[in-house]
Design a binder for this molecule. Structure first.
Ligand code: 13P
Ligand code: SF4
Length: 354
């Protein structure tokens, strides 16, 4: 056997080796995967879901090793919700979320100090796409976490508890959720967080009930209203659904928006022969198209992939399972004080949405 054919044979064996390790671990291992994972990875998952479903399931898992196939904040959230003796792992810790990186915790502290300097009670509400350090800041100030599946419930929850809400990091999810609950555009303000928070317009912030941090997702920023118009022209009678991380002008132009699981349900409920255009990460759209082939035509609004989600591969999943077996795997670690406050913010969400 040549070196090349040996490595080809090893690559062909990867799924079998993962299967064998999963069997060997038995109930000691739970593999969780987000819907944006590739088919090659997601087929090894015990649980797949959107961010809310996966966080909800963590506290009820009895497996000692949780392996999260997704981006880092998801594995970190699993670590926050895990019970004693459980550890959360990710096949590639460098799989970060670009949106979550737009809101570092020190900048959030500075911005929060500015918008509360007058004594106003501002409730911070962090999208789950944030670091544990950011969730801890939010938890310490009496705030909570939300996901795309419960953002409306949690925005109402936060508005009831203060004079204003600081929503971060996604300005699009903030605006789309405000539209969904009917919050007057005059009561909203997008914060200028440049200069370490020194450029926040405090007068404008004082007059608003929704203070949106100006982050966004590069993957969903690629969708626009012109694509929606072109899809309607090319596919008369189609329905179009997008993720609420898309810009408000896109969400207003389509038929529905929702979390990745809501998108899956929308496609599953489409009548036979329908055409559904989907605006979200391409791995999920391709999977839906393949699953529905012959019943419903599923097409992407545009092809947009999350390069960080794609960092998780069968190869690094196998490497992690082998390291776990050999006692060499490094779990996701969060400092105890961060765990306490971040967990409080996550638990407020789980309680409010139970
Ligand atoms: P969901 O919570 O809808 O699965 O979305 C997570 C995400 O990162 C979307 O970009
Ligand atoms: Fe983050 Fe966007 Fe990737 Fe979701 S799709 S993980 S928000 S960068």
């Amino acid at each position: 056997m040549t070196k090349n054919s040996e490595s080809n044979a090893a690559a062909r064996n990867i799924p079998e080796r993962i299967d064998a390790l999963r069997k060997a671990f038995g109930s000691d291992l739970a593999i969780l995967a987000h819907h944006y994972q590739t088919d090659a990875v997601i087929r090894h998952a015990d649980l797949r879901g959107d961010s809310l479903e996966l966080s909800r399931r963590v506290p009820e898992l009895s497996a000692r090793h949780i392996v999260f196939c997704g981006v880092f904040f998801m594995a970190e959230s699993a670590a926050l919700l895990a019970s004693g003796g459980q550890e959360s792992h990710i096949p590639d810790p460098a799989a970060g979320c670009v949106m979550s990186q737009m809101a570092p915790h020190r900048l959030l502290e500075a911005v929060y100090a500015r918008v509360t300097a007058s004594g106003r009670r501002v409730v911070p509400l962090a999208y789950v796409n944030t670091s544990a350090a950011v969730k801890a800041v939010v938890g310490r100030h009496g705030g909570a976490v939300c996901t795309s599946a419960n953002a409306a419930t949690m925005l109402r929850w936060a508005l009831e508890r203060g004079d204003a809400v600081l929503f971060l990091p996604d300005r699009n999810l903030a605006a789309n959720t405000a539209d969904a609950i009917g919050l007057d555009p005059a009561e909203r303000h997008v914060l200028d967080v440049r200069g370490g928070g020194t450029r926040v317009d405090t007068a404008a912030a004082e007059g608003a009930r929704l203070l949106a941090y100006p982050g966004c997702c590069a993957v969903h920023a690629r969708f626009n209203a012109a694509q929606v118009a072109a899809a309607r022209k090319a596919h008369p009678g189609c329905s179009i659904i997008v993720h609420p991380e898309c810009a408000p002008e896109v969400v207003r132009a389509v038929d529905a928006s929702g979390s990745t699981s809501a998108i899956i349900r929308h496609v599953a409920q489409a009548p036979d022969g329908a055409t559904v255009i989907v605006g979200t990460e391409i791995n999920l759209v391709r999977r839906l198209a393949a699953e529905q082939a012959g019943r419903v035509t599923v097409l992407p609004l545009a092809e947009s992939g999350c390069s960080n989600m794609a960092r998780i591969t069968e190869t690094n999943l196998l490497a992690l399972l082998e390291a776990l077996r050999g006692g060499r795997a490094e779990p996701v670690r969060v400092a105890p004080d961060t765990v306490r406050h971040a967990r409080a913010a996550l638990e407020r969400m789980l309680e409010a949405c139970s």
